[in-house]
Design a protein around this ligand. Structure first.
Ligand code: GLY
Ligand code: MN
Ligand code: MN
Length: 502
């Protein structure tokens, strides 16, 4: 298809212009009709076109997707006032004369012209919910009633670009739906940025790192270098991450659904597993079972590791056959309405744990459950604190089943990772905030102890080659944790019950 693109562009140009003329004549009572992509314009010449198709945007809106969005929402489950509060909280936390420059990502490519599914910069998304590539937003603190001016830069409506890349929200749409006071074609970003560089006392903005974005464009890079000579550009992400730490009621509702969708996928995957199933087939099963329930994408490349493949933390080849008598470790979660799930379960390929697998599994499960109980504000503990407890608990559990284990081996070989991390829009959420903060109500964390026993005779032979991790997603409560992934089976009896229900 792509090879013939140039040829098709030139031959359809004339027909396209004619079609636009026709649309103007036939549908002159429909305001936005000439800016529709071609596929919708051809429908629009008919009276049968539903009103919801008359306007098109680059992402779901209550107009076009009433099945998943309510009136007043900017993204599914999140209202315009929630996004307004986020921006306003950010601006209030900054000194007079501050300007925030938040830049979204560009499309990333696997190879020439072949793009990966687009994923937005989550800090940018957190502030406005806009989900198209090559966008930016500038918030200038002022003394207006709102407290700031919001200017957005987006890809403009373009019949020829939309013919290929799908509908865009455009400059007018972004004012209407995303709260912008002013909006411009993103080609205007550099000149506007230049203006704020000289007119603001403090600029808060992140360097894009390795991510392609508007500010990796040469012209803007030069401007930033010049700007840096004029004044300090201060980091932005850490400030936004502070705001992202405590989840709102609507975010928790979304995360509950996200956890339920992925948990249900685990049930279906357990029911479906049998010797001879491949890791790749299980991957496809998760993709299907999460998307069919409303997830838009898997939140990360899953680990689907049969037998000793589970000894490698980031085994993502997922290309082997599952063997009778082995366990399979699956670390997989869907993203739902922007929010990630991150679940790990380990179950027997043939549906029945062996005695050795059961003993080791129960040891990890005991640590998982004890650590989840610690996830409360009243417990006054951090993720690092829970991790230290988990190491001690794990050592005791392993001793109980015959390991003679020292702390070095435990923390470097058998249980080499942390007990958990923050979770939210990103799988490893709030990556600049350390894990020594005391947990507070409505923070969301993972609890994921694991044991990976290598083929080394200093460990009991019956456990060698077994890798087990049990990972849950937990909302910290005042006195009680709320487990978002509670419906994903993890007790031995429940897993065996699920597995035998083909
Ligand atoms: N799935 C990545 C993690 O558990 O941290
Ligand atoms: Mn995980
Ligand atoms: Mn995790």
């Amino acid at each position: 298809m792509l090879r013939s693109r140039l040829f098709r562009l030139s031959t359809i140009a004339v027909a396209q212009r004619a079609a636009l003329q026709t649309n103007r004549l036939v549908c002159n009572n429909r305001l936005a009709i000439t800016s529709l992509p071609a596929c919708q314009r051809s429908f629009a010449t008919s009276d049968r076109v539903p009103e919801t198709h008359v306007r098109s945007f680059g992402q779901p809106t209550p107009m076009t997707h009433p099945n998943i969005m309510n009136k007043g929402e900017v993204t599914p489950g999140l209202s315009a006032s929630e996004f307004e509060t986020r921006r306003s909280n950010l601006i209030k936390s900054l000194p007079e004369g501050s300007t925030v420059v938040s830049v979204g990502y560009s499309t990333r490519y696997m190879t020439n012209n072949i793009f990966y599914p687009f994923h937005q910069n989550t800090d940018f998304w957190y502030l406005c919910g806009f989900n198209e590539p090559d966008a930016a937003m500038i918030l200038e603190k002022d003394d207006s009633e709102r407290g700031y001016k919001q200017t957005m830069f987006v890809l403009p409506k373009s019949a020829s670009a939309e013919l290929w890349d799908g509908p865009r929200t455009g400059v007018e749409g972004v004012k209407e739906l995303f709260g912008a006071d002013e909006a411009y074609d993103n080609a205007k970003f550099s000149s506007y940025f230049k203006k704020v560089l000289s007119s603001s006392k403090h600029i808060f903005m992140d360097s894009p790192g390795s991510m392609p974005s508007l500010i990796t464009a040469d012209s803007t890079k030069k401007l930033i270098e010049t700007g840096l000579k004029l004044q300090t550009i201060l980091p932005l992400s850490k400030i936004i991450q502070e705001l992202r730490m405590i989840k709102s009621a609507s975010e928790i509702e979304i995360m509950k659904k996200s956890g339920m969708i992925s948990s249900k996928a685990f049930i279906e995957a357990m029911k479906w597993t049998e010797p001879g199933t491949t890791e790749g087939q299980l991957w496809a099963k998760f993709d299907f079972e999460t998307r069919v329930r409303g997830s838009t994408i898997l939140a990360y490349v899953p680990v689907i590791a049969g037998g000793p493949n589970a000894l490698s933390m980031h085994y993502v080849r997922n290309d082997m056959e599952l063997k009778n008598g082995d366990l399979v470790l699956v670390d997989c979660g869907g993203e739902y309405n922007g929010y990630a799930s991150d679940i790990t379960r380990t179950w027997p390929v043939n549906g029945k744990f062996s005695d050795a697998q059961k003993e080791l599994y129960q040891a990890v499960l005991n640590v998982n459950k004890a650590c989840i109980k610690m996830c409360t504000e009243s417990n006054s503990i951090s993720l690092h604190g829970i991790h230290s407890h988990s190491v001690k608990l794990m050592k005791q559990e392993l001793q109980n089943i015959g390991f003679n284990v020292n702390t070095w081996d435990l923390e470097r070989i058998l249980y080499p990772h942390h007990v958990g991390h923050y979770l939210g829009l990103d799988v490893h959420d709030l990556h600049d905030l350390d894990r020594s903060r005391k947990l507070k109500k409505n923070m969301v964390v993972t609890i994921e102890p694991g044991i990976y026993v290598p083929f080394d005779d200093k460990f009991p032979s019956k456990y060698q080659g077994i890798g087990i991790r049990i990972e849950d997603n937990v909302v910290v409560g005042k006195d009680d944790p709320y487990v978002l992934t509670a419906t994903s089976p993890k007790e031995i009896v429940d897993i065996e019950f699920c597995c035998k229900n083909h």
